[in-house]
Design a protein around this ligand. Sequence first.
Ligand code: ATR
Length: 270
Amino acid sequence: MINGKTRLYGIIGNPVGHSLSPIIHNAAFQALGLNKVYVPLPVTDLKKGLTGIRALGFHGISVTVPYKEEVITFIDTVEPVAQNIGAVNTLLVENNAKIQGFNTDWIGANRALQEKMSLQGSRVLLVGAGGAARAIGFGLQEAGAEVILANRTVEKAATLGKKLGCRYLGLEKLDSVKADALINATSVGMEPHIENSPVSPKFLDQFTVVMDIVYAPRKTRLLKDAQAAGCQVIDGLAMLLNQAVAQFELWTGKKAPVSVMRKALLDALQ
Ligand code: ATR
């Protein structure tokens, strides 16, 4: 029940109407009987939005497109990995209105992977060079994995590859790569282009694990091919869920009710 003591949480972005985060977080709050509520906050002026968040006493905020980078300039502290990534997706607001920034996207990817493999000392082929690849790339290195970056536009692979200090190549050169895991961090295969895959099936059998960040459809062309090649697969819902789990734990200090959150997410996508 919402009352005078309810703590406020929300997501800022533009647009936020399709976000699944309110569904996941409210399900978790309810499951643990916490007097908290999470609301969508469409924001067109980020600076004013953050002033409002401070003034209204919000305690935790998710940040989504297009503000994950820009938000860094308006907050008080940024956790080191988020600083390296150059993007923040989670805010924690203390009582004195000081805002701390974190990035749980990489934590979500790492947790999803670590359910199937150990990252320390492994080699991961990361496809893509946008914001998602940047967060996952720094996160993999944080966990002690070696990253090899492949992208359609090799110049973009070079820019991110130099930041990561890792080997990089064009997507057409994959035959020269050996790795334990493959991650698709591009939008290839997303609805409505569900027959597309960033990687030809002939390269897949060498990987122990193949992960896709695309979650609609849940079973992408890449994951179907990977399964047929005998790989273990991780779908995009795992990263989405686990980044929310990390947010919940940061905001509440409690262990997240993961199965409740997963069910809420799956029901919402039915
Ligand atoms: P995000 O921030 O969500 O990661 P982005 O910055 O737009 O999104 O990056 C999209 C990624 O998907 C890029 O790596 C892009 O490759 P290019 O750098 O060559 O554009 C990749 N991508 C999108 N469509 C693609 C396609 N049809 N084939 C291969 N890669 C594609």
